[in-house]
Design a protein around this ligand. Structure first.
Ligand SMILES: Cc1cc2nc3c(=O)[nH]c(=O)nc-3n(C[C@H](O)[C@H](O)[C@H](O)COP(=O)(O)OP(=O)(O)OC[C@H]3O[C@@H](n4cnc5c(N)ncnc54)[C@H](O)[C@@H]3O)c2cc1C
Length: 419
């Protein structure tokens, strides 16, 4: 029993999934959108600070304001949105994906879709993934949980807080906790440079006199019922604790901002190839994965810093999924994009040269470089170059390649970053 049949099913109604569903609908597909929470908007629902939409709308919006525009379009277009609905099972049939969904109204029920867009976002690393010693007292939270507790629940989780990790969520929460009356004693970052965007270091830490300690980490949480303090220590260039550098910092809350992991567990049984560098599926510029009919976008594909590019990837995946479902897609011809020099990762990992048009290439630098330049080449011939005053690993870069520039018989492309 396959249940209702759709051309395209989109899993996850964050900004990526919303954009994908709208684009698939515009391309003429019958679309449904599946969201496990009670409201669409994804992580944007809890991001009440501004800074969203500068690229897409040339405006500084809050997270809910940004999401509202797409949610309105979903309503106006009559796109079917299942909320409070969990994806329990996913299989690839001969012609369709078979999805098993569950919600309180329909219990467990099947649907089928010719194409699927995975827009499930990412999850936060927890204390278990960063090996902090000590017991498990209350008062240790991920930054996203603190954000949700304060901005949606109206609860202040602690009064004296230490933040481990200088990712953007941690920086934003340092400011938010301060504005809500908590004392942020410091942000401790194990690496010698911050992980978050420069604008967040300035606006969230420097403007509020919150100290940032680089090459320093939390080695132990003290307390058995509630957190009473943490031990911090300095680390060497190989990130090993420096003996004798340990200090005790009394606090009631430890906030972890130690990285995000693309959420793709549901795809693993399908055998889609995952790129170990991004944690997301291997895709081409249409965001087609290695499994026919399956597309990926947003933070599930790779962790983005700007929501505008999350929506951009949703639009690409949604319209490509619709074309695939409606049988309008040409047979793909892939060439790999090989990262060289100081590139940490590149998305897409390959280009479908039969699709033509433009390919948007996102990449991150492996280390900070001044006066950097990136070059795309094929068979030793430079096709495109872009210069940057500086590139930093926390800042995602984007370059658009016109596929008409590719010489005939191109077998592979190189993306080379040099300082
Ligand atoms: C604290 C913070 C601050 C940020 N600040 C900025 C900023 O200032 N400017 C900016 O441009 N960007 C910012 N970003 C980044 C931006 O918000 C994210 O990149 C963007 O929200 C990611 O969108 P997404 O749709 O990929 O994922 P999400 O927003 O995480 O949405 C994924 C959705 O999928 C649903 N889902 C997951 N699994 C399932 C399942 N199995 N079944 C059904 N549904 C499922 C989830 O419930 C969720 O609703 C910030 C992010 C954070 C966390």
């Amino acid at each position: 029993m396959s249940g209702a049949k759709w051309d395209v099913a989109v899993i996850g109604a964050g900004p990526a999934g919303l954009a994908a569903a709208i684009a698939a609908d515009k391309a003429g597909a019958r679309v449904c959108l599946v969201e496990r929470e009670s409201r669409p908007g994804g992580i944007l629902k809890q991001c009440i600070h501004d800074g969203f939409g500068l690229v897409r709308y040339s405006q500084k919006l809050s997270g809910p304001e940004y999401a509202w525009r797409d949610i309105q379009q979903i309503k106006e277009r009559g796109i079917k949105l299942f909320t409070d609905t969990f994806l329990l099972g996913l299989e690839r049939g001969k012609e369709r994906f078979a999805l098993t969904l569950q919600n309180s109204k329909q219990a467990v029920f099947p649907i089928a879709a010719k194409a699927l867009v995975a827009a499930t976002g990412c999850r936060e690393r927890t204390a278990r993934q960063v090996f902090i010693h000590g017991q498990r007292p209350a008062g240790v939270y991920t930054a996203g949980t603190v954000q949700r507790l304060i901005n949606i629940g109206g609860h202040l989780p602690g009064k004296n807080c230490v933040i481990l990790g200088s990712g953007d969520i941690g920086l934003i929460m340092a400011r938010r906790l301060t504005l809500e009356g908590a004392k942020v004693l410091g942000v401790y970052e194990i690496k010698p440079e911050p992980s978050g965007l420069t604008r967040n270091i300035v606006q969230c830490l420097e403007d509020y006199n919150i100290p940032l300690h680089l090459s320093t980490t939390v080695s132990k949480v003290h307390g058995s019922e509630r957190t009473e303090g943490v031990s911090i220590c300095r680390v060497d260039e190989k990130l090993r604790p420096l003996p004798g550098s340990e200090e005790y910092v009394p606090c009631d809350t430890l906030v972890l901002s130690v990285g995000l992991i693309p959420e793709n567990d549901m795809l693993l049984p399908l055998g889609t190839e995952i790129d170990p560098r991004t944690g997301g599926p291997v895709v081409d510029q249409l965001l087609a994965t290695t499994l026919a009919g399956l597309y990926s976008c947003g933070n599930a594909l790779h962790v983005n810093d700007l929501v505008d590019y999350v929506s951009e990837s949703g639009e690409i995946a949604g319209s490509a999924a619709a074309r695939s479902a409606l049988g309008k897609q040409n047979c793909p011809r892939h060439v790999p994009v090989i990262p060289r020099g100081d590139i940490h990762y590149v998305v897409p990992q390959k280009l479908d040269i039969a699709a033509g048009g433009q390919g948007i290439i996102y990449f991150r630098a492996a280390r900070t470089l001044a006066d950097a330049s990136v070059e795309i080449s094929a068979g030793g011939q430079a096709l495109q170059q872009k210069k940057y005053p500086a590139v930093r690993p926390p800042e995602m870069e984007r370059i658009v390649l016109d596929l008409a520039l590719l010489p005939p018989g191109t077998k592979e492309l190189s993306l080379n970053l040099r300082g």
